[in-house]
Design a protein around this ligand. Structure first.
Ligand code: ADP
Ligand code: ADP
Length: 225
């Protein structure tokens, strides 16, 4: 079942073509890693999918029971606002806000829903701590719990592993993999780390302004991209 379909998407900033004629599809249950050099258009594509930046031509369409306001988004560390809510609990709760408008929480209150996701990520015992005081790995768990408050269907993760040590990175990959396999959450992850991308993902989108590869990991490994 197709959940997201990008057809011939071109996106530009004043004089720069950031993304050129990009087409790919995401199926329910996919774990897609988006890779490519700096400046290849990964962040621009994410902003297009989220509807934060308009596309110049082509279409980005949702289907299969997913809509744009049901995507759970984990932004890049550099885009986290300094005025982020104080406590871990409040950060996670803030993920409920978009969702509340249209989608029920299975009869639960926002508070219960936020607590469920704190437990799911194993961080309920630090819920009253300040987000700013946490380690990088704990912060990413908090942001994952926040993203999960918005969705059970699709997570968009922009470089969630950057700057973390190998053990903490491994734990996060494990959690993301479990969400994908056990909870059937579709994962779209931007990653600098191609060796991890091919280890954990099932599909690869390799950008260099346009698409230089899209398909299964095993075919990517056999290609010369
Ligand atoms: P990546 O995330 O893969 O590093 P980006 O999507 O950030 O790539 O950038 C793609 C291209 O668009 C680059 O040439 C970059 O300099 C340019 N670009 C990105 N954001 C802007 C912006 N806000 N204004 C102008 N050019 C931009
Ligand atoms: P990434 O780590 O994804 O490559 P960048 O460091 O390229 O991200 O960009 C960080 C932010 O700066 C993004 O929001 C992007 O849109 C913006 N940006 C990137 N390139 C330019 C540019 N040439 N002009 C203005 N803004 C840019």
């Amino acid at each position: 079942m197709v959940q997201l379909s990008c057809k011939n998407v071109t996106m530009t900033y004043e004089n720069t073509v950031a993304l050129k004629d990009v087409s790919f599809e995401v199926q329910a249950g996919d774990y897609l890693c988006i890779v490519g050099e700096n400046g290849s258009g990964k962040s621009t594509l994410i902003k297009g999918i989220l509807g934060l930046t308009p596309v110049k031509s082509g279409t980005i369409a949702f289907s299969g029971g997913v809509s744009r306001d049901e995507i759970g988004y984990l932004p890049q560390q550099t885009e986290i606002q300094r005025n982020f809510p104080a406590s871990v609990y409040e950060v996670v709760l803030s993920g409920c806000l978009n969702r509340m408008k249209r989608h029920p929480f299975y009869g639960k209150s926002q508070r219960q829903w936020a607590m469920d996701n704190l437990k799911r990520l194993g961080i309920e015992q630090i819920k009253n701590k300040s987000y700013q005081d946490l380690s990088g790995g704990q912060q990413q768990r908090v942001l994952l719990a926040r993203a999960l408050c918005a969705t059970e269907k699709m997570l968009l993760l922009d470089e969630p592993i950057t700057g973390l040590d190998p053990i903490v990175s491994g734990e996060l990959y494990e959690i993301i993999g479990q969400l994908n396999r056990q909870s059937s959450v579709t994962i779209l992850m931007v990653s600098h780390d191609v060796s991890c991308a091919v280890k954990y993902a099932t599909k690869i989108l390799h950008l260099s302004a346009g698409v230089s590869f899209f398909g299964d990991v095993k075919d990517y490994l056999e290609s010369d991209v």
